[in-house]
Design a protein around this ligand. Sequence first.
Ligand code: ADP
Length: 250
Amino acid sequence: DTSHGRILYLEDVSVSFDGFRAINRLSLDIAPGELRCVIGPNGAGKTTMMDIITGKTRPDSGTVFFGSTIDLLRYKEAQIAQLGIGRKFQKPTVFEQLTVFENLELALKTDKGVGASVFHKLDSAQSDRLAHVLRTIHLQAAVNRLAGTLSHGQKQWLEIGMLLMQDPKLLLLDEPVAGMTDDETERTAELFLSLKDQHSLMVVEHDMGFIKTISDGTKVTVLHEGSVLAEGPLDAVQNDERVIEVYLGR
Ligand code: ADP
């Protein structure tokens, strides 16, 4: 339900670890079909924020809603994934001994046993979905290759493809272009631009060139000390004195 124009909304969220406030009264919302970049220095709370959204970390206080009706704090991590929130960590995790096809096939059946599902025949809707995802991630030509033989960038796309097999409403991506070649980074930008509208994306990145390419006028959020320091178009936040101070000062 997106009747209030937001797919995700955090309000006044805080969490402390041993008395240290990693997230401090954080409020933020994401619109349906939005591609939101989140930046901020190390220790700003980016990972902890993702952990809270995905149910890995429970906040001490605040509100976290998915759409306008789903109170995410009432769900466990595994249930949140089922609700349609896909998360990709920085390092690629694909099944190296399986083909691209088999990796995507496996991703359809998270609730079933791994062994049983590999040889299970897909129904026609599932086959269509798999073909669509393969085109989206540009791995048609590699469909029968073992994932272990793919380049770093191709493995990252495959893992994104595995998330897409579940048709998530929201994708959370942690430094997706780290370690990619320039060409792979450019292709990843195209991929993300093709995914938005159909999905909402929250992308934590340090690569400013990449952010510039994908954030074409849309909002960038700067986190600092567990709260939003600045939010707006990239040009505006880059010229914000507080942001400059946080990155260059001290
Ligand atoms: P970022 O991802 O922006 O680099 P993090 O969310 O990883 O920031 O960390 C924010 C702060 O919270 C850091 O100071 C980090 O040391 C601390 N922190 C994160 N998780 C834990 C934890 N499980 N226990 C203790 N401190 C933590």
